[in-house]
Design a protein around this ligand. Sequence first.
Ligand code: F3S
Length: 405
Amino acid sequence: MQLTPEEQAMLDGKSGKATQKAMQILVALGTIYEAERLIPITSVQVAGVSYDNLGEAGLQFLEELLAGGASTQVLTTLNPAGMDIENWRSLGIDEEFARNQMKVIDIFKRIGIIPTCTCTPYYCGNLPQFGQHIAWAESSAVCYANSVIGARTNREGGPGALAAALTGRTPNYGFHLSENRKPGLIVNVEADTLLTEVINTQWFGALGKAIGKKLESISNTPVPLIRGISHATGEAMKSFCASLATYGGSALFYMEGITPEASQFDPPQESIMISAEDIQSAIASLNDTESSKIDFVSLGCPHLSITEIARVAQLLNGKRVKKEFWITTSRPVKQLADLAGYSQIIEGSGAKIAADTCCVVAPIKGRFHGMVTDSAKACFYAQGKHRFRTVFKPFDDVILEALQD
Ligand code: F3S
């Protein structure tokens, strides 16, 4: 790989140990993926924040980077942590976990990373422009950045994203290159979304699972060009991205008439079809318990937008929830909800706005039996990681479920 004199100096340790380590990671990645050079990036999203995932070894790695003079070179934001940084006690998080989680957040802050603690950085000041090169971790955000925004990023791992943040560069391969962004398969969707739902995140999550499962079975997972969707809100796209990335491993798709880059390529020859039955069977597959077994209600995977929080407040106004109900979002969006008076309404109902965290990265394995959610991605991890059973419902119905005995 060809390095500039400045990059070579970083690799030689002239900018300190942490930068040298970061450059070593980038050169190793670039060599594996046959990148010819590094390219400058405009922003980074770092994942691997929850102490539940990092553990002691991860914390030690971060401490070493900090001691080696680590310092971010571009705008860098952070994925969700394992708890609400302010209200962790109300979520039932134990003291020791909280202490370790705060150490992690503190190191990231001292490195210069903004502790947004969200998987929706695009709602919190990390909003790239079309065509910009970025280095993001977090599969749902990567898919959103590439597809909905038209920025360019690979699906970075934790160390790759961190190394990009410390150097302002990433290896030029994969989705940074136009030739790898060409669509390879047309997906004709023959079932349009229900126009009557205010927020149709569940339907788009099911669509993501239906398409993802078909893509997964094709070698060298092609970039899909999706046809037949007449409209989609930003929230629907957020849900679709999370699901498509979870079930299909996709980091880029095009949706005709909706995503910005869709018309820039010649359409591929091959096509598949997704029917209304495919979507119904995706929905059915995410329901593996009865409503009567639900003891945990979760919205906010990916983190809720202010529009979604407004809807939660509207449906909970003047009512009391009967079950543990977490509404997960970023702290900046929670602050908007505070300003608008939504938080007061929601918390007045007994529901909990859990900022900085989510139902997947929080240490809640085995704590509940049945979870209801509108998120196809959350169902996947609740079943696999936390051993919960799941009920998968439309957004409004999830809220109504919280009000039932
Ligand atoms: Fe975000 Fe957690 Fe879901 S990181 S996409 S809310 S699993």
